[in-house]
Design a binder for this molecule. Structure first.
Ligand code: GTP
Ligand code: SPV
Ligand code: MN
Length: 608
């Protein structure tokens, strides 16, 4: 008798008509074979999907060049197919499940002809965690099969775990013919099914990641009383050896990976990595919020990564613990056969080809590496991996940081007055768009909790769910807003960022442990100057003022935009969030006189 899994695979094969079906076991030996297949047989156009890189400089590393139209997530082609539109909410593209399936069936008919269908059994989460999920993805590219091995716990054992059950998480993926007009990423939350065609790019194709672990898992979390979030998890060790665990949400390409692997600029402090993109939270029996990372890999932005900004990532990329490491759409140094990207250490190599394989000259007005070029590397390669990483219980969280990319307006750090205020602070967060998705870059949009593209249901209900979780917590984490990206009149970042962000983390840890007071402002609490350790960096009084400036006049368009955004959710929007909005508006309005504005100036704040 065939198992439900076997039957499901057979049905999909009938539709997609692959030449053969290959069941992956997730072993290293198999990964070597798939890399071989990708270097010799599998091609995009005429180019093999994998190219071996200089193994001396970059052990176990391979290069992949995507189809030129397939370089980032495509939010406009991503749908969440609940039976009714209201459950999906104004934050999602919606299609009725019947219509979506019909469309996908037509597009998938024979889509794997002449290709191999890889069957990938994998776990999201540690197999011993009650929160982990058994999943199976079908795909027709070795690049996706190998990437899934790096990003998830892929193993034959998962098939036994699924056994005769039918409730495993299902993913059907084909690159089709890469035609952007036939590209769709469809989610069927009620069936735990993701169906994706036309793209081989990370978030569109590695279906355990954004599709399942955020869009579908967030909806499961709503039903079952937990949270799936676009957050890093890290431990901050102080000079006495105490570790405080925090999480941080930041929109795509806004600094999560860099924060998770931060090399501390403050002596005695150390950051331990538990996750760089996704966190699943549950309320523990102790009334605390606990977090696990369902992934085991890092799918990170290459440009900007260097020994100055993120030395730990470079060590991970050159590490040998886990096979293999992939580079996608970077430039290539043709003299040394090494990957290259803007921001990497050293001189710009003389002989480079760009991410599309064309010769590239320094000073040219296009980028050599695609701005969303990425690496895929195992978290086990990371020199900062936390010893708690494989603890199925996860870690207890003391602070939640909610960030965005804002060149203006938003202070370096603010602490929410309480959980409800923190939910509002997350809900009102805006961020300037990045190259992680296909859209105009640098446009301000609301991106609550960095979940706008990933919340698999109505965001009004999502805010309500956050409030409900808070009311179940005996000891809720403190909530913070951060912004590393404020710029001066010349467009230069005024905060040094990266390893220096530890100064902000230290203040957060000090606040969590009630070691320091803070200044009350309309936005929340901000640090007294004396409590922000700025030793070893030169930062002018003027810059500091700018980093914490709260200008009520500048806040008027922001308030209007927040009000408009919240308004979309109608009756689904919790009144508690509106109340917080009104409180902020009132306190900013009352702060418009010169005198009270002056009291908001950073350096005028006594406290010393
Ligand atoms: P996703 O993988 O898309 O979810 O992105 P992410 O949030 O993990 O972003 P990541 O850490 O990869 O950073 C994206 C870009 O922001 C890179 O080019 C970094 O160099 C840059 N960046 C990260 N942290 C900082 C910072 O503190 N200051 C400045 N100025 N740039 C930063
Ligand atoms: C993001 O865009 O937030 C990423 C990359 O982390 S992807 O997996 O493609 O979503
Ligand atoms: Mn992400």
């Amino acid at each position: 008798m065939a198992t439900p899994l076997e039957k499901w695979v057979e049905e999909q094969a009938k539709l997609c008509k692959p030449e053969k079906i290959y069941w992956c076991d997730g072993s290293e030996e198999e990964a070597h074979r798939l890399i071989e297949v990708g270097m010799k047989e599998e091609k995009i156009g005429d180019t093999p999907i994998f190219q071996e890189l200089n193994q001396k400089a970059w052990p176990n590393a391979y290069f992949h060049r995507s189809h030129p139209t397939d370089v980032a997530r495509t939010e406009h082609l991503t749908f969440v197919c609940h039976p009714d539109k209201e459950t999906a909410g104004p934050n999602n593209n919606w299609m009725h499940p019947d219509e979506a399936k019909e469309k996908m069936r037509k597009l998938s008919e024979g889509c794997m002809k002449g290709r191999t269908m890889y069957v990938l059994p994998y776990m999201m989460g540690h197999p011993d965690s009650p929160y982990s999920k058994a999943c199976v993805q079908l795909t027709d590219v070795a690049y996706v099969a190998v990437s899934m091995r790096i990003m998830t716990r892929m193993a034959k054992k998962v098939i036994e775990k699924i056994g005769n059950r039918d409730d495993f998480v299902k993913g059907l993926h084909s690159v089709g013919d890469f035609d952007p007009n036939k590209r769709f990423i469809m989610h069927f939350p009620d069936e735990h099914l993701v169906w994706s065609i036309g793209s081989g790019y990370g978030g569109n194709a590695l279906l355990g990641k954004k599709c399942f672990s955020l869009r579908i898992a967030s909806y499961l979390g709503l039903q079952e009383g937990w949270l799936a979030e676009h957050m890093v998890i890290l431990g901050i060790e102080d000079p006495k050896g105490n570790v405080t665990y925090v999480t941080a949400a930041m929109p795509s390409a806004c600094g999560k990976t860099n924060l998770a692997m931060l090399e501390s600029a403050l002596p005695g402090y150390k950051v331990w990595t538990l996750g760089d993109d996704i966190a699943w939270f549950n309320v523990g029996p102790d009334g605390r919020l606990w977090a696990i990372n369902p992934e085991i890999g890092l799918f990170g932005v290459a440009p900007g990564t260097s020994t100055k900004t993120n030395p730990n990532m470079l060590k991970a990329l050159k590490g040998t613990k886990f096979y293999p490491t992939l580079f996608t759409n970077t430039a290539l140094n043709t003299d040394t056969n090494e990957p290259w990207w803007e921001g990497l250490d050293g001189e710009v190599p003389r002989n480079l080809i760009d991410w599309q394989g064309k010769s590239w000259q320094n000073g040219q007005d296009t980028k050599a590496a695609h701005p969303n070029s990425r690496f895929t590397v195992s978290i086990y390669n990371s020199p900062t991996l936390s010893k708690e990483f494989d603890n199925p219980k996860g870690v207890p969280i003391s602070a939640i940081i909610l960030g965005g990319r804002r060149t203006q307006l938003i202070p370096l750090v603010t602490e929410a007055f309480n959980w409800q205020h923190g939910v509002f602070l997350g809900a009102r967060t805006g961020s300037e768009t990045t190259a992680a998705a296909i859209h105009q870059v640098g446009v301000l949009r609301r991106d609550p909790m960095a979940m706008l593209p990933f919340c698999g249901y109505n965001m009004g209900d999502y805010f309500r769910h956050w409030l409900n979780i808070g009311s179940r917590l005996k000891d809720p984490p403190k909530i913070y807003s951060v912004n590393w990206f404020r710029v001066d009149d010349d467009g230069k970042f005024i905060w040094p960022g990266f390893g220096e962000n530890i100064r902000v983390l230290k203040w957060i840890v000090d606040r969590v442990h009630n070691k320091v007071d803070a200044k009350n402002t309309p936005l929340g609490y901000i640090p007294y100057l004396k409590d922000l350790n700025l030793q070893g960096i030169s930062i002018s009084k003027n810059t500091l003022e700018k980093l914490f400036e709260i200008n009520p006049a500048q806040w008027q368009p922001e308030l209007a935009d927040i009000e408009k955004f919240f308004g979309q959710f109608g009756n689904n929007m919790p009144k508690e969030v509106w109340e917080q909005y009104k409180m902020l508006k009132n306190s900013l309005d009352n702060g418009t006189t010169d005198e009270s504005f002056d009291s908001l100036r950073y350096t005028d704040r006594g406290g010393a």
